[in-house]
Design a protein around this ligand. Structure first.
Ligand code: HEM
Length: 521
């Protein structure tokens, strides 16, 4: 039986559930539409029970500010996961760590190493990788290969994130690093899928069942050993490179140069922070970009407007660079629009309360999951035709997501795609830069068209939830699309630019690296 709220306060309302399972069975494998429907019925907040915990979904910008920003000292935890977080990750997986002093120490370092200014030092890497990406897509478009772009996009995002973290490029998709990193991510997402480990569904089991009888431990230890081995391998390789003076400027090199040892942070913990960057930064960005390509094919007028802007600001004789950013307001708006229409998860951003809190006259007890209901917020009445991909709606939003998240007026926020409060995505500047440069180069180079059927008739592009994988993440299913180069000059330019980049390499901070990502000076 739940505790009575303190005098003058009431419980957060919500739909009735079933004994034991709560509301779990009312949620489908893609719960966002049900979560939207409940937000319409109950207003700013509603509460449901999923598994062992109460979840409060926050459906209003003002409530997000009050709960996640103003009360962040007690709403920045993560839900306990005795297997996935404690056993498999040794309590060290940054994304899942509770709100402890250890997490705060690490977050301070991460924050410093991913500011907008530091993120800018990776722009040459992002331009380099984007040149490779459009070149690969161009080559495949001539072979009428309509599926491979999806992996070219994933290669781009993984390479950018590996380069910024470890100074290590991913020059091609089919390689050992990809097999290892994606193998690890798959294993971990299987381990966190609902029902994968009963003790994550019912955390008190770890207290009740003696550890020698906890049948899940063996499998969890096997995962843990494998994952620690991989993250430590990257960490140790970079330590060697630093000693031999051949480590390019990157996140981990800078991490090593902080006083992390003096702060009592051990190497395995540091390696798990770096691993989290890779896990949190690759599939998120590629999903957003692969979604954008799909929506662009479905909304050809958006492409037309983008091409008018690109033709005026850049022309045919070179491809766009970050220097053009100020002249590309429509592309900048598009970066926001894709994060609005397809936020990366469909269950919001689960935080965990570490003390009782209140919002207006509503009581939220300690130990509750609080989540920003992004789909509800992003499809609400503030947006005209929310189902449509309309970058124009953001033309008056000139600032980056980080600036809006700190804006005093919550209704000024562009979107909630990066979360809020102390756990807000620290990679957002890097992510926004990646989306900007790839969208600009793609739209400059190509017209993006639906595939055609056997009679040559264009097929309909499906942007509904059916086009997305089941599970908590918003991941577009692989799909076919045609890329048609805009003109001969742009085709020649993109080939020449990639050839030049391949020979010359690029700069990572103050170090020049070659196309293999090795330091050359
Ligand atoms: C389009 C791309 C991306 C999106 C939409 C995205 C979104 C998010 C969201 C919603 C969260 C949870 C925030 C919260 O709990 O309030 C998060 C956390 C995180 N993201 Fe991102 N992210 C993206 C790219 C990146 C990149 C490129 C990196 C790293 C270089 C990164 C690193 C992280 C880390 C480390 C966390 C965990 C923070 C913590 O728990 O304290 N993300 N991201």
């Amino acid at each position: 039986e739940q505790q009575k709220p303190p005098a003058g306060l009431r419980r957060v309302p919500g739909p009735p559930g079933w004994p034991l399972v709560g509301n779990t069975l009312q949620l489908t494998s893609q719960p966002q539409r049900q979560l939207q429907a409940w937000s319409q019925k109950y207003g700013e907040l509603f509460k449901i029970r999923i598994g062992w915990h109460d979840w409060v979904f926050v459906n209003d910008p003002g409530a997000v500010k009050e709960i996640f920003d103003k009360q962040s000292a007690v709403t920045s935890g993560r839900v306990p996961m005795p297997v996935a977080s404690d056993l498999i990750s040794g309590g060290k997986r940054f994304l899942l760590m509770s709100y402890t002093s250890e997490w705060r120490k690490l977050r301070a370092i991460v924050h410093k190493l991913l500011t907008p200014k530091v993120s800018e030092t990776f722009r040459p890497s992002q331009e380099f990788e984007a040149k490779q990406m459009i070149h690969e897509i161009y080559q495949d478009s001539q072979k009428l290969n309509e599926e491979s772009f999806y992996l070219h996009v994933r290669r781009y995002t993984t390479s950018v994130v590996m380069t910024s973290t470890y100074g290590k490029r991913i020059p091609q998709w089919d390689c050992e690093d990809i097999r290892e990193v994606y193998g690890l991510m798959k294993e971990f997402s299987d381990a966190t899928a609902p029902g994968a480990f009963v003790a994550d569904m019912i955390p008190p089991l770890v207290e009740i069942i003696p550890s020698w009888l906890q049948w899940w431990r063996k499998r969890a230890h096997k995962y843990s050993e494998r994952q620690t081995r991989l993250w430590m391998k990257y960490w140790n390789d970079l330590q060697c490179a630093i000693k031999e003076n051949r480590a390019p400027d990157c996140f981990v090199k800078q991490f090593v140069e902080t006083d992390y040892v003096k702060q009592g942070i051990d190497e395995v913990q540091a390696a798990y922070v770096a691993g989290t960057m890779i896990e949190a930064g690759s599939e998120t960005t590629s999903s957003a970009l692969n979604s954008a390509i799909k929506y662009l094919a479905a909304f050809p007028d958006v492409q037309k407007k983008a091409n008018v802007e690109l033709t005026k600001a850049v022309g045919d004789n070179r491809s766009p660079t970050f220097e053009d950013e100020a002249d590309l307001p429509y592309i900048r708006a598009m970066v926001k629009e894709i994060l609005r229409i397809r936020p990366v998860t469909n269950i919001g951003t689960p935080h965990f309360t570490t003390a009782d809190i209140k919002y207006k006259d509503l009581h939220i007890p300690k130990g509750t999951v609080v989540s920003i209901n992004q789909y509800a917020l992003h499809y609400d009445a503030r947006y005209d035709r929310p189902e449509d991909f309309i970058p124009d709606r953001y033309l008056n939003h000139h600032l980056k997501a980080g600036a809006y998240s700190a804006h005093p007026d919550p209704f000024e926020r562009d979107h909630f795609g990066f979360g809020a409060g102390r756990r807000i995505c620290p990679g957002m500047h890097l992510a926004e830069n990646s989306l900007l440069i790839t969208l600009a180069k793609l739209l400059w180079a190509f017209e993006i068209l639906p595939p055609v059927d056997e009679h040559g008739k264009p097929e309909k592009i499906d942007v509904s939830d059916d086009a997305y994988e089941d599970g908590g993440n918003t991941l577009p299913k692989p799909y076919r699309i045609r890329f048609r180069v805009r003109n001969k000059t742009r085709a020649d330019v993109l080939e020449a630019e990639w050839e030049k980049a391949r020979v010359e390499g690029y700069y990572l901070g103050s170090t020049r690296v070659d196309a293999k990502g090795m330091m050359v000076s």
